[in-house]
Design a protein around this ligand. Sequence first.
Ligand code: 5GP
Ligand code: ZN
Length: 136
Amino acid sequence: MDCIFCKIINKEIPSKIVYEDERVLAILDISQATYGHTLVMPKTHAKNIYEIKEDDYLYLMKIVKMLAIKIKNNLNAKGINIINNNDIGAGQSVMHYHVHIVPRYDNDDFKIKNIDHSKDYNLDEVLNKINNKKES
Ligand code: 5GP
Ligand code: ZN
């Protein structure tokens, strides 16, 4: 399979390994959006949140939690963002499931833009749609 992260997992492509066990690999992201930006991925290929096996997902998130604490403490970060993009429409560029651990610092130039659109939407309609209910 032509998957860059599978190649990294199989050591066909070098990476800076932050953590490894039989099920999970964590590496430094090549882009280093912030100091210590890390990617955590399952060794079994799955494209995204929809496809990853629940058991693999739960195990991976346990490792994400452990690494988030380690990275925050050892890099003296002010905070941590945990990010996971699914589908091109959400910014996913590598189609092998992965979680970004992004340590945050003062003036780190990392941006997550969140604009309040609550006045634009009917929240009951949103709830009904999510839960597949007919509108009353
Ligand atoms: P996505 O956009 O899919 O959520 O994130 C993919 C991430 O993988 C990007 O942040 C990008 O910098 C990183 N990346 C892409 N190719 C490589 C690579 O060959 N090595 C490493 N370490 N990171 C990579
Ligand atoms: Zn893969």
